[in-house]
Design a binder for this molecule. Sequence first.
Ligand code: GLN
Length: 197
Amino acid sequence: MVTIGVLALQGDVAEHVRALEKSGARTLLVRRDSELARVDGLVIPGGESTTMSQLLTSFGLFDPLGARIASGMPVYGTCAGMIVLASSVLDGRDDQRCLGALDMVVRRNAFGRQVDSYEEDLEVCGLGGAPFRAVFIRAPWVESVGAGVTVIARAGNRPDGPIVAVRRGNVMATSFHPEVGGDERIHELFVGMVEGH
Ligand code: GLN
C-alpha cells in the first residue's frame, strides 16, 4: 500500500485524509522535512495560499518540497494547493511564493468572493462514469498553461470556459474540492498515479 502525505500546515487536511484512505492509501500528515521524506506522493489541500506559502517557508519545507516534486514525486493540489503549484499567481500577495511545479498562470479568487462559491457537474477527462460534482470555494482558475500541461476540465464544460483542472505527468491540480463531496474518483485517480510511479 502506498503512503500519501497531506501537507498539514493549514487548510482542509482531515477531509483529504479520509478521501485518500477510502481510496486505498495509507496517509501521513506532513509538517516537516523528515515526514516529507517518508511519503510516496503528496496532496496540498485547499485553505489560504498566502498563508500556506508563508508556512512552507517558515517550516523549511519550501525547497525540500520543490526538490521532491522535481525528482518525480506525484503531487496533487486542490484550490489553494493549485495556486502553490503554479509558476505564477495573479491577484496574489507580493511576497507569495509558488513552487512552479506546473507551467501555468493562476488567478487567485477568480470566481469572486466567498459568497460566489458554487457547485457544478463537471466533465473531467480521465474519470469514467458520471460527471463529477465539483465544489468551488473562493476558487482560483488557470489563466493560461504552458506546453505539456493538459487541461482536464473547464468550468461550465464549455470549450472556452475557465480552466479548472490540469495535469502534467505526476502533477495534478484542481480549482475545486473533491474531498468534500463523497465522490472519491479523483482521489482514486491520484492514488493510482502514486501506485504507478
Ligand atoms: N482563495 C484561497 C487562496 O487564495 C483559496 C481558497 C480555497 O482553497 N478554498 O488561497
